[in-house]
Ligand binder design. Structure first.
Ligand SMILES: [Zn+2]
Length: 612
């Protein structure tokens, strides 16, 4: 990291920024003791296992092991590089980062995302101006007016218009001296199939800029105003736009989502705008994709652990499809999810205009959870005759099987049995059969994301069960060094890490000693310098613990460790003797090597003591 930005600048940023401030923009944090706790944004967290220490300026998740300092957080959460994260934080706390320390190649790398944000922002301004000033833009305005959107909402969300023609936007960028291949890479232009050059991707469409949670424009959605196809066209995947991770309106909605502990999820830009304009500002829209694990995680960060999500749909069929598709995603994300289907012929926009927002909100408050909703739908479709009940059962097995939480599953099973007045064990058998089949073939849930969640949080940071008693002891010593740095000179003198058997803890021990010898020794800075992922995870997990240490207590622990080493040495000598008597040369060579290692460590240690 020092290659890009001078070390003292990084320290300055680290010392002036409040990590709790930065993280609580995207995760609801509550104070408990010295630390803050919240739901982890990096895995599907059930109980708040994510903690932030303002004092140590680090965070750590006890669920998945992710942790680090404020730079690490921004890098992991937003996918920034280290220099990007540093620059963003520098601006935030008013620290100037010297530009001259960057080579042109480094600067290009760092600026890539910033460049895409800039191109998108310029395009958004261009489209917005075309809407307000252009002649064809008038039709678009008429369309928006007819849909009831106010000038305020058009300005607030910088809605625009992409004029008819093949190179309006390209000419604009050309006049601004922006390289056209960058425009193409940002997804705004397409390479011509014949000949050379590019053409505008978006033509004759109303344009909705899409922002990330931090408010940077990452892409666009374009909608036609007539019957031409496709009705919606979105930015393709780019280095900054990924629809699996993006939700329209999230930056504008996050504060209200937090306040209401509820988020409304709609399918399109216009539904979003209608709800937002009507005063329901805790709303987001998916971007032509089913809800993903990433979406749910991001939303849970906004609404908190007790919060709920309400999916809003305009027809039973759309509602059923979405319910079936999203049940496993919500279940994995431990999110309380409900479904609200509007009366036939209504979308949120038309419903609110006809019946008002209060009526809409009353409906939202009464929205059913997904399983109840699906049961209702099945009952309505098949009726409660014997044949009907059998069909309902068939319909409901998939959704029930998609629930991972055993207690929840059993409660729903009971409820369904009561409602259909059938034996619960019959349902149980069916679900089991289904599970068996599911293991053989493809999972029931369309758009399955199981692999995503399974691959998440693979980093083992915690004390594992096979760890030896000695390694456990070493872990305690490292925790002591991280939490009570006063003891470090003593550890240095006695050269304790030399005697560690666990290689990661040993490496960490040396890093800590080096860090405290070389610098002001703040733990957040040390953690930023650990390159090995596992060592990094161990360090954050141990540093964030709240134990109280006393100097005497520490000395006692060190003494215990040393007498353990002596004991081990005695055993080693005995084993060597045994091997010698038995003539077991293979074993003997190994044991002697170990003895030599001990002797070397001891000699080093004595040198140190003498120097002192
Ligand atoms: Zn986590």
């Amino acid at each position: 990291m020092a290659k890009f930005i001078p070390e003292h600048i990084i320290s300055e940023i680290q010392n002036s920024i409040d990590i709790v401030d930065v993280i609580s923009e995207v995760v609801i944090l509550k104070k408990a003791g010295k630390n803050y706790f919240g739901l982890c944004p990096f895995h599907a967290d059930k109980d708040p296992s994510f903690s932030v220490s303002p004092e140590k300026r680090i965070f750590h998740c006890f669920g998945c092991g992710t942790g680090g300092n404020v730079f690490t957080f921004l890098m992991k959460f937003n996918g920034y590089s280290f220099p990007e994260a540093a620059r963003i934080l520098a601006v935030r706390c008013g620290v100037r980062v010297p530009e001259q320390s960057l080579t042109p190649a480094q600067k290009r790398l760092i600026d890539e995302k910033t460049r895409f944000f800039k191109i998108n922002t310029m395009a958004a301004d261009f489209f917005h101006q075309s809407l307000l000033n252009g002649v064809p833009g008038k039709n678009a305005i008429t369309y928006l007016n007819r849909r009831g959107f106010s000038e305020d909402i058009v300005t607030r969300f910088k809605i625009g218009f992409a004029p008819e023609g093949w190179d309006n936007l390209l000419s604009f960028f050309y006049s601004k001296k922006i390289p056209l291949n960058s425009v193409e890479m940002a997804g705004l232009a397409v390479v011509r199939k014949k000949g050379s050059g590019y053409y505008d991707r978006f033509r004759n469409r109303i344009m909705f800029p899409i922002a990330n949670i931090a408010g940077n424009i990452i892409g666009f959605g374009g909608r036609v105003t007539d019957d031409s196809l496709p009705k919606y066209l979105n930015t393709p995947e780019t280095p900054v736009y990924n629809k699996r991770r993006s939700l329209y309106g999230i930056d504008a909605a996050k504060t209200k989502c937090r306040a209401n502990e509820t988020v409304l999820i709609v399918e399109g830009y216009l539904d979003f705008l209608a709800l937002y304009q009507a005063g329901s500002e805790n709303v987001v829209a998916t971007l032509g994709t089913a809800l993903t694990d990433e979406h749910v995680r991001m939303l849970r960060g906004c609404i908190g652990e007790k919060g709920k999500a309400i999916l809003v749909y305009d027809s039973d069929l759309a509602g059923i499809k979405a319910a079936q598709r999203s049940i496993a995603v919500f279940d994995r994300g431990h999110m309380d999810a409900r479904i609200l289907v509007l009366p036939a012929g209504h979308d949120p926009d038309s419903y609110i205009r006809k019946h008002g927002r209060d009526s809409f909100m009353r409906g939202a408050d009464k929205a059913k959870n997904i399983i109840d909703f699906l049961t209702d739908m099945a009952v309505r479709q098949h009726g409660l005759s014997i044949e009907g009940k059998l069909r309902i059962l068939d319909d409901m097995i998939g959704p029930l099987a998609a629930i991972g939480d055993i207690n929840k599953k059993s409660l729903y099973r009971k409820e369904l049995a009561e409602r259909l007045d059938i034996d619960e064990s019959a349902i149980l058998h069916k679900v089991r059969d289904h599970d068996k089949k599911k293991n053989d073939t493809r999972p029931w849930v369309p758009g399955n994301d199981a692999m995503m969640s399974a691959s998440n949080g693979s980093c083992s940071y915690a004390e594992n069960e096979t760890e030896t008693a000695k390694a456990k002891f070493e872990r305690r010593l490292i925790a002591m060094m991280l939490q009570f740095p006063d003891i470090i000179p003593e550890i240095e003198t006695r050269r304790l890490p030399d005697f560690f058997e666990n290689s990661r803890l040993k490496a960490l021990g040396y890093s800590i000693l080096k860090h405290y010898a070389d610098s002001d020794g703040h733990v957040a800075k040390l953690i930023g310098q650990l390159k090995d992922k596992r060592v990094h995870a161990i360090a954050t997990s141990l540093a964030i613990e709240e134990q109280s240490w006393s100097y005497e207590g520490c000395l006692k622990l060190i003494d215990q460790f040393e007498s353990g080493i002596k004991h081990h040495e005695r055993i080693l000598l005995r084993k060597i003797k045994e091997a010698e008597t038995k003539g077991d040369d293979v074993n003997l060579i190994q044991l002697l090597a170990e003895k030599q290692k001990y002797a070397r460590n001891k000699a080093k240690k004595q040198n140190c003591v003498r120097r002192r």
